[in-house]
Design a protein around this ligand. Structure first.
Ligand SMILES: [Zn+2]
Length: 198
């Protein structure tokens, strides 16, 4: 299984194995990844949480790839109400409300080229934030960042205690697991333990 990242507005990941793949967080223009998915059958588009910078280009991905869209529906109200709260918090107008196909919940599996990825719910940054667990890696959305920065909890539905509990959950994975965050560079669980002693 391999992971490619497109860094920009947020991190868009392509996870692929044996000719199949999935997209995580279509927050960057499709052109940036188009070539890299040419030979892949994309099984799913996953949105780690309901913040616009992680889904703003979704329609383009959906049109080009035809894959179903998964997000935890606890964040659906954030997506549906983005035009109002995003204006309030960021002063910008988002008039786009994406169409979601399936609820992505604790314990679900997404199969990519015969390998199974597992979903865990890691709330705090938002109520419906999820992480994706693969062989020796985690994709964690806006839970934690390089150098031990943690996800902000001042946006609607954010919760400090839940965020710390979710980080504790991630820290229990083996040291050599790579953590791929929603913004910035990857790091290991070992790094995370050093940065955030819990
Ligand atoms: Zn976010």
């Amino acid at each position: 299984m391999r992971i490619k990242v497109l860094q920009g507005f947020s991190n868009t990941y392509i996870v692929h194995n044996q000719g199949e793949g999935l997209i995580v967080d279509p927050g960057n223009p499709f052109d940036g990844i188009g070539k890299q998915v040419e030979d892949l059958k994309i099984n799913a588009i996953i949105i780690t949480h309901g913040h616009f910078d992680h889904y703003i280009y979704l329609d383009d991905y959906k049109k080009r790839l035809g894959a179903p869209v998964y997000m935890n529906f606890k964040d659906r109200y954030l997506v549906d109400n983005a035009p109002s709260w995003v204006k309030e918090f960021f002063g910008i107008s988002i008039n786009y409300v994406p169409k979601l196909d399936y609820d992505l919940t604790e314990g679900m599996s997404i199969v990519v080229g015969g390998l199974s990825l597992k979903i865990i719910e890691t709330p705090g940054h938002s109520p419906g934030s999820v992480s994706i667990i693969g062989p020796k890696f985690l994709i964690t959305g806006d839970l934690v960042f390089e150098d031990g920065g943690i996800g902000r909890t001042d946006l609607p539905g954010g919760n400090d205690e839940e965020l710390m509990n979710s980080i504790k959950r991630i820290i229990q994975f083996p040291d050599d697991y790579t953590v791929y965050p929603g913004h910035g560079n990857p790091f290991t669980v070992k790094d995370l333990k050093r940065w955030i002693p819990v």
